[in-house]
Design a protein around this ligand. Sequence first.
Ligand code: GDP
Ligand code: MG
Length: 597
Amino acid sequence: IDLELIRNFSIVAHIDHGKSTLADRLIQMTGTVAERDMKAQMLDSMDIERERGITIKANSVRIEYPAKDGKRYILNLIDTPGHVDFAYEVSRSMRAVEGSLLVVDASQGVEAQTLANVYHALDAGHEIVPVLNKIDLPAAEPERVKQQIEDVIGLDASDAVMISAKSGIGIPEVLEAIVTRLPAPKGDRNAPLKAMLVDSWYDSYLGVVVMIRVIDGVVRKGDRIKMMQTNAVYGVDKLAVLKPQMVDIAELGPGEIGIWTGSIKQVRDTRVGDTITSEKKGCETPLPGFKPAQPVVFCGLFPVDANDFDDLRDAIEKLQLNDASFSSEMETSAALGFGFRCGFLGLLHLEVIRDRLEREYDLDLITTAPSVVFHLHMKDGEVRDLHNPADMPDLTLIDHIDEPRIKATILVPDEYLGDVLKLCQDRRGIQMDLSYAGPRAMVVYDLPLAEVVFDFYDRLKSVSKGYASFDYVISEYREDHLVKMSILVNDEPVDALSMMVHRDRADMRGRAMVEKLKDLIPRHMFKIPIQAAIGGRVIARETLSAMRKDVTAKCYGGDASRKKKLLEKQKAGKKRMRQFGKVEIPQEAFISALKMD
Ligand code: GDP
Ligand code: MG
């Protein structure tokens, strides 16, 4: 294909500003998918994505568009994830395309993820076409938002395309803007093959499917190709483009985006950002900027029923086929038995994986307190990664502890600014910058990641009535006074509840934890002390009084079916409990106890 007839682009937006809806419209108006096969959010394939309305994995679609100039163009849209946890996936898929549509909700304006994503696009050298969406809404203020785009991002928004992705207004103009305002890809068909690995996933029929963007050269079905990072060589068994269903193709040339398969066993063998070339006479230098995604949040996953351990292991292996950024290692806990210590890109990623394990594999899981990775600087000079507070070595061996810090950007309407600053301050934040983006304040904070992983995002949404938006990047590791807090239930330490906390905040956290646990643990036939301790010193204590638990007592005999229902409910509740010594702790306690209000 003539390079001049190709346009590769992505859509960047804050969550809910209409990226998926616009993608649907582009697919629909170009007849890429027959009307009868159209369903909402074509590119968001996983159930969880649809339910939560977020895009998790990047997806792509090839659209054919006859433009006003009489030529037929090939448009490749790569859809990128919109959430902070997946910033790495965003930045690398951006490198596979030349331009972006910047979608901003004309009734909301620029938000934190608008900024974060547009910076990724600018970093990747994109040409950017601003698109103002939802102009059908009475609250839309396109002129004000245009001004904001110019003031805050520094992009000329005078030619912004005004659309309503929902009703279809302005979609033809978006298609024309893609062709006339975004650059065609460059590349040399006669050079050795050089392609970028954009994404990969596991398909139960095809095995590992690899999405690539060809930079130079040509890849054909039957070729032998090499991954430059791993040096692994594979044959190209199938070559196809996504429309969005797979359509076989004989070759992919420069500027083209497509998928191939070649009996690859695991997604792990396909490193996103890796360079693919021919086995023989390949290119010499790989593409720059390769770095594998690193998990930043770890937690333990244990089956509620110890007999489900093998099922959990199988399920984790299957999910890992699909998600190379999710790591796991076997773990044994004194209280919880056998399980896995798993690493995630962030809290949303953790929730998504846990949801999928429970839902798709029908498992009941106990999730332990999420923890970030601390760096332990030992007195003998060794530096150890601590993924699990339960593994904390003897304090006398440690010189100091470093923790990860983030640079967080928060946009919030002025009236909620005070509460947002207070929240950041309470979480050991250091204010770096405060400026105004139109009527909104934009604050930049240096925060410990550990204070953000539990419930920061939820709290932020609640103190700002949902109006604050948030994005972050990990900045550095820095020393602080961190200690391990243990929780004892009925005098037994529950290792799964232990956590690393800042020394100055330990008393407060300890008190909050034991109070929460007192509410979360059901009463037993005996009295249960609940304590928080640092080293051997108890810093907080509550006692759960004894009670005979008879849930049917208030159903005055008569109503048998109601009684039965209650007993069944109680039994179902039991399934999600775990025995610690003589005490049963419900599974939600392991996460809820950590949330602070
Ligand atoms: P995404 O998170 O950026 O992918 O956003 P979605 O495409 O899922 O859209 C978020 C919400 O905004 C959905 O409820 C859409 O129906 C709605 N929406 C999208 N575009 C428009 C529009 O042009 N007008 C109106 N009124 N609603 C829209
Ligand atoms: Mg979406």
